[in-house]
Ligand binder design. Structure first.
Ligand SMILES: Nc1ncnc2c1ncn2[C@@H]1O[C@H](COP(=O)(O)O)[C@@H](OP(=O)(O)O)[C@H]1O
Ligand SMILES: [Mg+2]
Ligand SMILES: [Mg+2]
Ligand SMILES: [Mg+2]
Length: 329
């Protein structure tokens, strides 16, 4: 994990005050996510993924994770030095290398009118959580649709704005050339979620639960079985699983494990909540994303498309899971 915090004097702050900071940041994040997608596709095409085992349960890192984090941090830290940025990969802060700074602000973000309460947000209130490559295990296993790039922006510790970029979206469509692969979905709480996605209606006659493909455990499976799903969708990546909920492929993302971290959930939560959904731990607590927040999502992850659905799943969390000392906030 890499934390980058800079302190500034009050004089510097007033001189550089930017009423549209959150909008600029969101637009920059969409730009760097798109540039990151180009880079991931290039690394995949080159073939040498440079896999490193970080230790623990299937906890790998590839050149994709490292290079993308350097790209994202170089631009965001150069353009927004007063904002705290926390990235998954240690050491890859873009400071030593010759990464480019991407100045462009995504026009689709700049075209929108952000809500009043998101104007004039001081940089000290913001913390950005970066997961340069979510679904690393699936990237290594060539399950490319599961891979996402996640950049989440928290304000006062709440997930408010986020980009979920799926760099290999469409790769299995033979009519598409590699430079036509990929999509960026972004959302801002109070404004909405945008991008090329379709919110299909969820099936009413059956219950589909989406969960981990590569980090399952006895507790993870026992919790799902207690909810009596008709179907279990085992997929990689927290970003991808939230997309399954958003696109109507699953009623819920259920993960009764402390394995994910704040960079896994900040961006997807912002996009999901911006369209009326909910993401909490398995006890119903909202996640805290301020710069001093605990990094692991130690109470697990539960995400659904509406507060009512969230309530149903929370009520069906088995008591053994609620009482599990390994799964407390
Ligand atoms: N037991 C565990 N140990 C380490 N990381 C875990 C984990 N369980 C989940 N994660 C991380 O949470 C994210 C989603 O996991 P999953 O795909 O299994 O649902 C992945 O992020 P990364 O791919 O960014 O590392 C994965 O590494
Ligand atoms: Mg990882
Ligand atoms: Mg991740
Ligand atoms: Mg990652």
């Amino acid at each position: 994990m890499l934390r980058v915090t800079k302190t500034v004097t009050l004089r510097t702050l007033s001189r550089t005050q930017n009423p549209g900071l959150l909008q600029d940041l969101t637009a920059s994040c969409v730009t760097v996510a798109d540039e990151s997608a180009v880079l991931i596709r290039k690394i995949f095409k080159n073939g040498d993924l440079g896999v490193i085992d970080k230790g623990g349960l299937k906890n790998f890192q590839t050149e994709g994770d490292r290079a993308v984090q350097r790209l994202i941090l170089k631009t965001l830290k150069t353009k927004y030095p007063q904002v705290t940025i926390i990235g998954e990969e240690d050491g890859d802060d873009g400071e030593a290398g010759d990464e480019k700074v991407f100045d462009a602000l995504a026009p689709e973000v700049m075209d929108k009118k952000f809500p009043e309460d998101l104007q004039n947000v001081a940089p000290e209130r913001i913390c950005i959580w970066v997961d340069p490559l979510d679904g690393t295990m699936e990237f290594i296993d060539r399950m490319l649709h599961h891979v996402t790039i996640l950049i989440g922006i928290a304000v006062d510790g709440k997930a408010i704005s986020g980009v979920v970029n799926q760099p290999f979206f469409g790769f299995d469509d033979e009519s598409k050339k590699p430079d036509q692969w990929g999509r960026s979905i972004w959302g801002v709480v109070g404004l909405g979620s945008f991008g090329p996605f379709e919110q299909k209606p969820l099936p009413k006659d059956k219950k589909i639960i989406c969960t981990t493909r590569s980090h399952a455990s006895h507790d993870v499976n026992a919790c799902i079985e207690a909810m009596k799903p008709d179907e279990i969708l085992r997929q990689g990546g927290a970003g991808n699983k939230v997309l399954r909920v958003i696109e109507g492929d699953a009623h819920a993302y259920v993960f009764a494990s402390p394995g994910t971290k704040k960079w896994d959930t900040c961006a997807p939560e912002a996009v999901l909540v911006a369209m009326g959904g909910a993401l909490t731990d398995m006890h119903g607590n909202v996640m805290a994303y301020d710069k001093n927040a605990k990094v692991p999502n130690s109470g697990g992850v539960l995400a659904t498309i509406s507060p009512d659905t969230q309530k149903w799943y929370l009520e069906h969390v088995p008591q053994t899971v609620r009482d599990n000392p390994q799964l407390q906030p």
